[in-house]
Write a protein that binds this ligand. Sequence first.
Ligand code: FES
Length: 196
Amino acid sequence: MENNFKKFANENLQPKTFTFDNINLGKAKEIIKMYPKNYKESSIMPLLSIAQNQNDGWLPKKAIEYVSAFLNVPEIKVLEIATFYSMYNLSPVGKNHIEVCTTSPCMLRGSDEILVKLKKLIGANIGEVSKDCVFSLNKVECLGACVNAPIVKINQNYYEDLNLQSVEELINKLRVNKKIKIGPQSSRKGSEPRKN
Ligand code: FES
């Protein structure tokens, strides 16, 4: 069953506390300065992203409480955002969290087949973590890079111009901790026109 990492992790997985480490505390303070003092809610999304990155790619309840207290905004406002956007995970993800865009432009360029292939390669369905915890899989709406469809996001980076072969190569490399090229997996650079 698809759960898309939108269900809070069981209590036994929830940490007892959460606070930003020193580096992230500095980043959070800089972010707050970017917005007018009376629009503290504007910082919720970037602060949740920082919290998620600090906590291995998912947001525990304590992180949501912490961001709410840090910004002095009602917890429900933070919760609304954390539960709405697919970019926030409320339960643990794999070391490589894969998000496959299946919206129309990516679908027309083969994302459905890529999703099927990925499920087989990593041995996990949508909303699941692979047995070895190296991968997790999610299906998302447009990632905003349609010009290089089909697109897959893995952790913080986009992998573009994919096909079944390049997806398999990416997974094989990640499995053995090899570095993978970010961006287009074809020969073109950025979004330049195809040469063939
Ligand atoms: S439709 Fe996939 S990135 Fe926009």
